[in-house]
Structures are given as structure tokens and as C-alpha cells.
Design a protein around this ligand. Structure first.
Ligand SMILES: [Zn+2]
Length: 343
């Protein structure tokens, strides 16, 4: 489980995109990518639309009036309506990907699918938000975030929750299964790290990967340890990057800054190298003196951040510290107020 919003901590807002007709790109045959505006620094999320039967959306953007309008315009440009949609596949539960799933389900009767692992974990967040919130807060306090820096947490979580319309019924996809899309069989992949149950779709003949946020150009997808996430998100993510590198796709459809990128294996290697450097920084820093996750986050992200971005920074810092602790390179002790990591 992660708190929503995959932005790189500290990235500055780039402003609201201008509306000027649907931003549609043909990816392959009947498969089109629509860039839908989101109120995050990335500006847009990629929604894929397959106009072949069953008419399918992959990801949905989050529930804002601008996103609803952009989706409607995109569908119309392809000769479709809300009612035409028969199937929705969600790559992961973050609000910018899952937000409108419930609305589409209600308007079209479409079947909504996610990876089994995300249904069991991340997607639960939207149903158990109220119940899980204290655990999320506790997690940050236990890692040294001062209580006064948590003031905005409840309100921000609530705002995210309000922009998500969860589906009533989500059906599972399983790793290794195949789905029909644009006249081809696609293999379902499990690409954890950015989200525990992050799904990918791989079409070997086209050498095309639907990657969503598993690999991104320009930014490093947020990989964070949260109260309800798997214990080793960075370990998961490095395996995912290895998987993507081994596939060596000619192209990938990405969640942001796309819709399509090439040089995918190269980008996976770059991201792995980036995390290796960050792990070295954690080792070197803790060799000097022990620190809790909050203190360590100021070494890892040494710049002015909003309270909310600082929490993402803490979560990402913890993913690195836990990676090393689980491999016996670091220890951790409770100092009466927070967990302190030491080398
Ligand atoms: Zn995203």
C-alpha cells in the first residue's frame, strides 16, 4: 500500500495544461494513447483506449472535471462513448490511474480488472481509508517525522480519497495469464516496486510493453516504504527493473511523460544505477552517525520540500534503509521515540 501520488519528491508544479482538443496518439492498430490532465507535477497521465472489441481502457486518470472532460473528448474523437467501454484494466491503485474506474463501471457496466496482488493490498486503501489512516500516521511518526509536520496529512489523504471513485467489483488478473488487446495476446506481468501490485502487459511480437509507472522517462518513480506496503519495495523494484531490462522492449507505453518511449532497457539500467548510488549515500551517511528515517531523508533529499513531498522523501529513504537492513548491512533500534538506523 502506498499513499497516492508517484511524483519525485520536490518536483515543482509545472502549471495546468491548456485544453486544446484530445491529445491522442495511435500506439498500435486499434490501440490509442490519450493524455489526460492531472493536478500533479507530471501534468498528464496516459490512458490507453483499444477501440476493438471488447472496447478497453487501460487506466482511467483521477476523478476531476478536467479529466472526465478529456476522457469524454478522447472517446468521442474515436467514435466512442462512456457506454461503449466494455473492459477497464488498471495498472495500479494510485489515484491518477484508478480514480475514475468506478464512474466508468457505473456508466458503462464495464468489467474492471486489476492484478490479484493489488486487489488484495493497494486497492483496499480506497475502501479502508478511514480505518488505515492512523496506521499511516503512526508509520511516519515512528520514523521520526515531528507531529507538527503531520498536520496536513489527514486533509491530503482525504483529498486524494475524494478524487477516487472505487469500482464496486474488481476482477483479478494473474501474472502469466494472457489478455487479448488490439488483436494480439498480451502477457500479464507483475512489476512491483512503485506499487505492490503494479501490472504490466507485454506483447513479444510487437516488442511492446505497457509499463505505466514501472519505468518512466525524466523522473524516477517513487519507491517508498509505507505502513501497509510489502516489506522490501526497493528490492521488489530492482527485480522489476531487471525483468524489464531482460525483456528489452523496443517501446514502452508509460504513465507519464510519454505516451511512448524507446530506449527502455537503457532507462531501466539508469534507474537501477540511480538507486545503487542512493544506497551508497545511505551507507556513507550512517557510517558517520546513526539517524532516523526523517533525519536521513534530509541527506537523501537535501532541499526545501512541502510537508507532503517530505513524507514521500521519508518513505523513499526508508525503502533504501530497509533494503540494506534486510540484507544485514544496517541495524535498527528503537530509541524510545523513533527507529534509528545504524551501520
Ligand atoms: Zn502515475
Amino acid at each position: 500500500m502506498t499513499l497516492p501520488d508517484p511524483r519525485t519528491p520536490g518536483e515543482q508544479a509545472t502549471g495546468t495544461p491548456q485544453a486544446s482538443g484530445p491529445r491522442l496518439t495511435q500506439v498500435e492498430g486499434t490501440l490509442h494513447a490519450l493524455q489526460v490532465p492531472i493536478p500533479y507535477p507530471m501534468g498528464y497521465v496516459t490512458v490507453l483506449i483499444d477501440t476493438a472489441s471488447p472496447v478497453t481502457l487501460i487506466d482511467t486518470a483521477l476523478d476531476t472535471p478536467e479529466a472526465r472532460q478529456a476522457l469524454e473528448d478522447g472517446l468521442h474523437a474515436l467514435g466512442l462513448h462512456w457506454e461503449s467501454i466494455e473492459r477497464v484494466i488498471i495498472t495500479h491503485h494510485h489515484p491518477d490511474h484508478y480514480g475514475l474506474a468506478g464512474l466508468i463501471e457505473e456508466r458503462s457496466g464495464a468489467s474492471v480488472y486489476m492484478l490479484d496482488i493489488d486487489i488484495a493490498r493497494g486497492e483496499q486503501y480506497w475502501h479502508r481509508w478511514e480505518e488505515w489512516l492512523p496506521g499511516h500516521t503512526r508509520h511516519f511518526l515512528d520514523h521520526g517525522v515531528p507531529p507538527e509536520k503531520m498536520a496536513s496529512h489527514d486533509a491530503e489523504s482525504r483529498k486524494s480519497r475524494e478524487r477516487v471513485w472505487p469500482a464496486v467489483r474488481v476482477q483479478p488478473l494473474h501474472e502469466g495469464e494472457s489478455v487479448q488487446l488490439a488483436g494480439h495476446d498480451w502477457q500479464v506481468l507483475w512489476l512491483p516496486g512503485h506499487a505492490d501490485g503494479h501490472l504490466g502487459l507485454w506483447q513479444p511480437d510487437l516488442s511492446l510493453l505497457i509499463a505505466a509507472d514501472a519505468v518512466l522517462p525524466r523522473i524516477s518513480p517513487n519507491v517508498g516504504l509505507y505502513a501497509y506496503s510489502r516489506p522490501d519495495p526497493l528490492g521488489d523494484y530492482l527485480e522489476t527493473l531487471g525483468k524489464i531490462e531482460a525483456l528489452n522492449p523496443a517501446r514502452a507505453v508509460v504513465g507519464h511523460y510519454g505516451p511512448v518511449m524507446d530506449g527502455v532497457a537503457e532507462r531501466a539500467r539508469e534507474l537501477a544505477a540511480h538507486h545503487a548510488e542512493r544506497l551508497d549515500l545511505v551507507r556513507d551517511t550512517l557510517r558517520e552517525r546513526p539517524m532516523n528515517g526523517y533525519e536521513l531523508s534530509f541527506v537523501m533529499f537535501n532541499r526545501e520540500l512541502s510537508e507532503s513531498s517530505r513524507r514521500f522523501a521519508v518513505a523513499e529513504t526508508l525503502a533504501h534503509a530497509e533494503y540494506l537492513r534486510l540484507r544485514g548491512e544496517l541495524g535498527r533500534r528503537w530509541d524510545g521515540q523513533s527507529w534509528v538506523y545504524f551501520k
